[in-house]
Design a protein around this ligand. Structure first.
Ligand code: 5GP
Ligand code: MN
Length: 353
C-alpha cells in the first residue's frame, strides 16, 4: 500500500531556485559534516550525496575525523575521505571544490582542524542544519531549522520538495533513516512532531529495513563496550540528588583497559537520566587524540542544558543535548561541572516539567 502524505515546505520558491542554481552551476562538489561525526552527520552526507548523484553530480564526502564503528555498515561510507588521516587528499578535494555543503553544524569551529581548509576556499558554502547559533556570515546559503529533529530530516524534506523522492535510492533512504533514528534516540526525544513520522513512512516506502538498521546501530556491541558501561556506572558515576544531577568521568587509562574503540561511550551520558527524578547528566571524557576533556550534557524534565554548555564548557548544542570541551585535566573538569550544577541549583531543584 502506498501512503500519500504532504509535508509542509522548508524552502520558499526563491530558495528552491537559488539552491538548484548553485547545484547546476557547480562542477566539483564536496559534502562535509562536523568533527566527531555522528549518525546524523554521516547519514545526512550520504543521503545528500545519493540525491546529487541522481542529478548527475558526483560529490565527495570529506569528514574531519573518523565516525563510530557502529556506522561502518552504512552503504557508501567506505568512500569517505577523512581529513585526520588523508589530509592531502582532503585538502585537494576542498581546493578543487566550487560548492561545499556543510551538514549538521552551523559554525566553522565545529570542524576543528579542518575549519580553515573549508572556509578559506573560494567555493560557495551551503549549510543545512538543526543546531542553534548559525554563523550567517560563514555561508552563502543557509537552511537552518533548530526545531527539527535532525539534519537527516531536513535533507529528506529538501529532496522531497525538490522532486527527488521518486528516484531516491534505498541506500540513501537507509542513511537518512539512520540519522533520524540516532538523533532522536530511536524516537524517544525530539520526536513529537507528526512530520517526523510522515518522513519515516516515506523512507519505509523506499524499502528500508528499520528493525535491521536498529540492530546494526544499537545491538552490535562488543563485550568490552558492555563492560566499560558497567564499570563507569559502578565506579565513576556520582549522583547529586539535591540537584537532580549526575556526573561521571572516563579517563584514557580506563578506556584503554576496556579496549575502547571510537563510539563505545556514545549514549552512555543518557543512562543516569533513567533514574526517576533526574534532570541533568554530564559526561567528562578524556579525548583520545588531544589533551582536552570532551563534555556531553543531556537534560530532561524541564531543565535545558544548552546554556550551561555555552557558559561552562565552551560549547553549545540543543536544548536537551549539548556538548563542549575543557582544556584541563579530568579532576579540574569535575570541579567545573560541580560548579555548574551549583549555579543552576534553583532550576534543577525546581518543579519537574
Ligand atoms: P554529544 O554529547 O553527542 O557529543 O553532543 C551533543 C550535541 O551537543 C551535538 O549534537 C552538538 O549539537 C552539541 N555539541 C557537542 N559538542 C559541541 C561543541 O564543542 N560545540 C558546540 N557548539 N556544540 C557541541
Ligand atoms: Mn544532528
Amino acid at each position: 500500500m502506498e501512503v500519500s502524505l504532504t509535508l509542509p515546505n522548508l524552502l520558499s520558491p526563491q530558495d528552491m531556485f537559488t539552491l538548484l542554481g548553485l547545484i547546476k552551476e557547480s562542477r566539483h562538489i564536496v559534502i562535509c559534516g562536523h568533527y566527531a561525526p555522528d549518525g546524523d552527520a554521516v547519514g545526512a552526507c550520504l543521503g545528500w550525496q545519493s540525491y546529487l548523484y541522481k542529478l548527475g553530480k558526483r560529490a565527495h564526502i570529506v569528514l574531519p575525523n573518523a565516525f563510530p564503528d557502529f556506522l561502518r555498515w552504512l552503504p557508501g561510507s567506505q568512500y569517505i575521505t577523512f581529513f585526520s588521516e588523508q589530509a592531502k587528499q582532503a585538502q585537494s578535494l576542498l581546493n578543487e571544490a566550487d560548492l561545499i555543503f556543510c551538514l549538521d553544524f552551523s559554525q566553522p569551529q565545529r570542524l576543528q582542524d579542518m575549519a580553515s581548509a573549508v572556509f578559506q576556499t573560494k567555493a560557495k558554502k551551503v549549510v543545512f542544519d538543526h543546531h542553534e547559533g548559525l554563523e550567517p556570515t560563514a555561508f552563502d546559503f543557509a537552511i537552518s531549522h533548530p526545531t527539527l529533529s535532525s539534519t537527516c530530516e531536513i535533507v529528506f524534506r529538501l529532496i522531497y520538495e525538490l522532486g527527488g523522492y521518486e528516484d531516491f535510492t534505498r541506500s540513501g533512504a537507509t542513511a537518512l533513516y539512520t540519522g533520524l533514528m540516532t538523533d532522536t534516540g530511536n524516537f524517544a526525544y525530539a520526536s513529537n512532531r507528526p512530520e517526523i513520522f510522515a518522513v519515516v513512512a516515506l523512507l519505509v516506502q523506499k524499502g528500508i529495513e528499520r528493525d535491521w538498521i536498529y540492530r546494526k546501530v544499537f545491538n552490535s556491541w562488543s563485550e568490552h563496550r558492555l563492560r566499560l558501561w558497567n564499570y563507569v556506572l559502578d565506579k565513576n558515576l556520582r549522583f547529586y540528588e539535591d540537584h537532580r544531577a549526575a556526573i561521571f568521568t572516563l579517563s584514557r587509562e580506563e578506556m584503554k583497559a576496556h579496549k575502547y574503540i571510537r563510539g563505545d561511550a556514545e549514549g552512555l551520558v543518557n543512562e543516569p537520566l533513567k533514574v526517576r527524578g533526574m534532570k541533568l547528566s554530564i559526561s567528562l571524557r578524556e579525548d583520545t587524540e588531544r589533551d582536552i576533556i570532551r563534555v556531553s550534557l543531556r537534560s530532561t524534565n524541564g531543565f535545558h542544558c544548552r546554556e550551561m554548555a555555552e557558559k561552562y564548557f565552551n560549547g553549545g548544542g540543543h536544548d536537551d543535548a549539548a556538548g563542549g570541551q575543557l582544556p584541563f585535566p579530568l579532576s579540574e573538569a569535575l570541579l567545573t561541572a560541580e560548579k555548574a550544577i551549583v549555579t543552576y541549583a534553583e532550576t534543577l531543584r525546581g518543579e519537574m516539567a
